[in-house]
Design a binder for this molecule. Structure first.
Ligand code: WT7
Length: 656
């Protein structure tokens, strides 16, 4: 059947994909009883899950809920690095591959649990030698190389709080995050490979640290080895090579006994207003939930080769490249570079080479693969795959079916996993051995999770109706606060429906089967290739340019990226619109924030649609950019503005 017909048939039938019996027979979870069991006594369920970990001391109380502030496993003592390393050493897993790493240029490094433990201990000792203590913040700005998880686990081992900043972020974005966390140490590299080119990480770090006085030391991994990357970018006394620092360090280092509620890491994410939010995760609840979901959703077992393609700079990489798989003693694959380098078969070549059995990626990547053509995966042996996953944004049924056919070869279940930086771990997803999947739906909340779709007054909506996605009771991996800003934590997540109902910022609906379909953000956050970008951040970057008087930024649907950024810009007196200025402004935004925030298109305009109180009506800008009929314009101060803008936009589109 042609792809199209196949898809249409599917949409009409809203066909369900039950777990393949061979898969279900071996799945970690293969009975639906787990839902009822968890619902009967949610806290007992989570306490049983926490038993998966090694505790130096067990908790006195499972949950202490002082809405909206939660504490899990109160009184419990554990160490995340101990759980990811030491406890695997007294079994055959000592010599099992913990990390299989492949560099973009093609190098390979395999670290067994024994190797990883040794490297983490040496670096933990090095951090201590630099004066890093329990509770201190360490910013990590590294490419996807083994030193990244090594640095994270070394922090966890000594009780320091890591704050990983994605290597694609700019010097300014890095500076803001270092300053907010007041980090004492920054860990970076001379550079990182991306699509054959080099990202100058040390140079960016220098620019950031120059304006971040809390930083005492900068540790630099030699990744590229080109002197030019550090020449003129080296401050003696402050900057130290990683390899010099670890050379004489002892190969063991005691794991600190951390409280279950001690901070494990901060990870910054975009909000709809203001500076990025420092999402704070703690130790016991977070690790319990990432380990549990890696086991029940990603079905990780001892004989799997597991590959989550996310960069560790995002939460997906924290939870499902590092902490989840290592807590279970699994083998996790890390790839440094781009999916189309040196050619568009790179991912499938990696799957074939290491015999990857579980593959977890983003819908935007799948849409790129679709565009590149099925002949790329068809060239490789993908028979080792047994489970596929997606995360980061809604997956359109067409992409789901393509993934199912051309990657899963119609044998592998697909788990569409919904969660957020703030939730720490997956909350809504099929259980691959139990739940029938439906393309485009993350299906239902996991055992132990209570989610609902509600209207503006907090009442559950009827099936088929749209509303807001909320989580109605606390869960172990939830963020505990926003770093240094508890008020913003309360207002952002618990301001809309009261202190006991977590507002996700997503719109959703329940379909007639009770399955949840995520519709996307309802706040001013754009999801570009699955990454959150705040409209406010891009607008601030634009008005920072001397030519720009005012800017309004929206997301419009994009074939591959899901959403792309469109900016409407009013120029200052004396500046002339044109392609050159358009390029310059795009470049300016990329430099201020990072390449992910670069606008796809810039529309120069004389005016913006505003309400009488002066608020920009982004909804109308979205209507214009999506080519839709304009919604309600009665609240506009000057309705003529949008008509002019619409005509102008259509003219530009026709010209492009
Ligand atoms: C936002 C969170 C969670 C790791 C990656 C993103 C969207 C995430 C799905 C999904 C539909 C999804 C939501 C959410 N999202 N997963 N399976 N289906 N939408 O983390 O940067 O914190 O973004 O990503 O809009 O709120 P994040």
């Amino acid at each position: 059947m042609a792809e199209r017909e196949h898809l249409e048939a599917l949409l009409q039938e809203s066909r369900l994909f039950p777990p393949p019996p061979e898969f279900a027979a071996r799945a970690n979870v293969n009975s639906p009883d787990i839902y009822a069991e968890a619902a009967r006594d949610r806290l007992a369920f989570w306490a049983r899950q926490a038993e998966r970990l090694h505790w130096f001391r067990k908790w006195d109380q499972v949950l202490q809920w002082d809405p909206p502030f939660a504490k899990w496993f109160v009184g419990g003592k554990l160490n995340a690095a101990y759980n990811c390393l030491d406890r695997h050493l007294d079994s055959w897993r000592r010599t099992k591959a913990a990390i299989i790493w492949e560099g973009e240029p093609g190098e390979e490094r395999v670290l067994t649990y024994q190797d990883l433990h040794r490297e983490v201990c040496r670096f933990a000792n090095a951090l201590k030698a630099l004066g890093v203590q329990r509770g201190d913040r360490v910013t990590i700005y590294l490419p996807m190389i083994p030193e990244l998880p090594i640095a994270m686990l070394a922090c966890a081992r000594i009780g320091a709080v890591h704050s990983v900043v994605f290597g694609g972020f700019s010097a300014e974005a890095l500076r803001d995050r270092i300053r907010d966390a007041q980090a004492r140490v920054v860990i970076t590299a001379d550079g990182g490979w991306r699509r054959g080119g080099v990202i100058p990480l040390k140079k960016n770090t220098d620019a950031a640290v120059a304006q971040a006085p809390s930083v005492e030391k900068v540790v630099v991994v030699r990744r590229i080895g080109d002197e030019a990357l550090v020449a003129g970018h080296w401050t003696p006394g402050r900057d130290l090579w990683w390899h010099d620092l670890v050379r004489d360090q002892p190969e063991t280092c005691p794991a600190e006994e951390m409280d279950a509620e001690d901070p494990l890491f901060i990870l910054y994410t975009s909000g709809s207003t203001g500076k990025p939010k420092g999402v704070l995760h703690t130790t016991g609840g977070y690790l319990t939930q990432v380990a549990t979901t890696t086991w029940m959703v990603l079905d990780l077992k001892d004989d799997d080769i597991y590959w989550c393609t996310a960069d560790i700079g995002w939460v997906t990489g924290h939870s499902y490249v590092v902490y989840g798989p290592l807590a279970l003693g699994g083998t996790t694959v890390m790839y440094e570079g781009a999916p189309d380098y040196p050619d568009r078969g790179r991912f499938w070549q990696i799957v074939q080479k290491y015999r990857v059995s579980i593959f977890y990626t983003a819908p935007t990547a799948i849409r790129s693969f679709m565009k590149w053509g099925e002949e790329w995966p068809a060239r490789y042996d993908l028979s080792s795959l047994r489970l596929l996953g997606t995360v980061g944004e809604p997956i359109n049924p067409e992409a789901w079916i393509w993934y199912h056919r051309h990657i899963g070869r119609e044998r592998c279940p697909i788990v569409d996993t919904w969660w957020q930086t703030e939730t720490g771990a997956i909350l809504i997803s099929p259980l691959p051995g139990v739940t029938a999947a439906k393309p485009g739906s993350a299906t239902r909340p996991l055992p132990g999770i209570e989610a609902e779709v509600v209207d503006g007054s907090g009442e559950p909506v009827r099936p088929g109706e749209g509303g807001f996605l909320v989580i109605t009771s606390p869960w172990p991996g939830m963020l505990r606060t926003l770093w240094g800003d508890p008020d913003r934590y309360v207002n952002t997540y618990f301001g809309k429906f009261g202190p006991t109902v977590y507002f996700t910022g997503d719109g959703a609906k329940k379909d007639p089967d009770g399955y949840i379909v995520i519709l996307g953000r309802v706040d001013d956050v754009i999801s570009v290739a699955g990454h959150r970008v705040g409209t406010w951040e891009v607008e601030s970057a634009l008005v920072d340019h001397p030519a720009v008087a005012e800017a309004a930024v929206i997301g419009r649907s994009h074939e591959v990226k899901g959403q792309a950024i469109t900016a409407f810009v009013i120029l200052r007196e004396g500046y002339r619109p044109g392609p050159e200025l358009e390029q310059e402004l795009k470049q300016h935004v990329a430099q201020k924030i990072g390449a992910i925030a670069r606008p796809e298109e810039i529309i120069f305009t004389a005016d913006l649609p505003k309400t009488r109180s002066g608020k920009i009506m982004r909804r109308l800008l979205r209507d214009i950019a999506e080519g839709r009929a304009l919604g309600d314009t009665t609240t506009l101060a000057d309705p003529a503005v949008v008509a002019t803008l619409k005509a102008q936009y259509e003219e530009k589109e026709a010209g492009d």
